[in-house]
Write a protein that binds this ligand. Structure first.
Ligand code: ATP
Ligand code: MG
Length: 303
């Protein structure tokens, strides 16, 4: 689907850049939920939605540690979902004078309503939806209120508009965003498991000079707790070492076990710290069930 990009519009088309669900390793459960909530209402199931008089609206919040595929999932959705897919960026909304932010938000929603069916994607949504507090500026507070009002669709109908948010700090969102019709479902996007790490690693090594005896299973075992982004950094580091050792294009050192052994000393998991912080919220701030699937994930792993 080709969508015109109007440079003056605060509504930006998300560029899927050809990413599909097949490019994403693991996350089967997440893909299934996202399909049900975001693809079905706008595709073959659209008629069924009508028959059941099911309104297509509301929102999904993806949360999880950094570098584990939230933005990538949104890009795959932009490619695969049969609807306009727009990015609402905090920088486009917030970086304005007082009063202008509210106007921009109203414009975004008016444009979205005119282009239904649409998905409005709020990446790093905490920047726009942060908790209103005494110490936050009046500018933030009024912006948050304006956004809440528009998402409600109280005066205007929001049928056919789906909200998709992504964040790695779900606990800093204003709880009003969790009410029905707003981000009323949350999905935990976990770090890749063994199988998913194998998939990601295979893709990262594709078309690169690799030694025939490279033990990828060893690397997979040693990268428990690595995010997709960590794995990518690991491979880059190993490649840098291989390049250093290589003499020329024709006399090169393919990626081998020693390169990875060395790289593993430099690159560490970035997920552990996040999980440590998240555990507190799953344990003590989960009254509304927001962190249920995070809690289930943590339970499966050693505490
Ligand atoms: N499950 C996955 N399958 C394949 N690649 C992945 C996966 N998870 C992460 N990656 C790789 O890691 C990169 C970073 O992922 P992405 O930007 O989607 O993370 P994110 O969850 O949005 O992180 P942040 O919270 O920091 O925004 C991707 O571009 C991709 O190359
Ligand atoms: Mg992201």
């Amino acid at each position: 689907m080709i969508q015109m990009q109007n440079p003056d519009s605060p509504l930006r088309v998300v560029e899927g850049s050809g990413v599909t669900f097949d490019d994403i390793g693991g996350l089967e459960d997440v893909k299934k939920q996202v399909r049900r909530r975001i693809i079905n209402p706008f595709t073959g199931k659209r008629e069924l939605f009508r028959k059941f008089k099911r309104k297509a609206g509301g929102g999904v919040l993806m949360y999880g540690p950094p570098g584990c595929g939230k933005t990538m999932l949104a890009k795959a959705l932009a490619t695969e979902c049969n609807a306009g897919f727009y990015n609402v960026r905090a920088a486009d909304v917030l970086d304005k004078y007082v009063g202008v932010a509210e106007k921009t938000i109203r414009e975004i929603f008016a444009t979205a309503r005119a282009r239904r069916p649409v998905v409005l994607f709020f990446d790093e949504v905490e920047a726009l939806a942060q908790r209103r507090q005494m110490e936050t500026t009046a500018k933030i507070n009024t912006t948050v209120s304006a956004l809440l009002t528009e998402m409600d669709g109280f005066s205007e109908d929001n049928d056919g508009i789906l909200f998709l948010g992504a964040t790695n700090v779900p606990w800093s969102l204003d709880s009003a965003f969790r009410r029905p019709g707003r981000f009323d479902r949350s999905i935990f996007v976990p770090p890749p498991d063994k199988v998913a790490r194998g998939f990601i690693l295979k893709r990262l090594l594709q078309d690169r000079p690799v030694a025939s005896d490279l033990e990828t299973s060893q690397i997979i075992d040693k990268t428990s707790g690595f995010s997709g982004a960590d794995l990518s950094a690991l491979v880059d580091t190993a490649i840098d070492i291989a390049i250093e050792e290589s003499v020329s294009e024709t006399d090169l050192e393919p990626l081998n076990n020693t390169h990875f052994k060395e790289a593993l000393r430099e690159v560490k998991s970035s997920v552990g710290e996040w999980l440590g912080q998240a555990r507190g919220f799953a344990d003590y701030a989960n009254a509304d069930g927001m962190y249920d699937d995070l809690a289930a994930f943590l339970k499966k792993y050693a505490r």
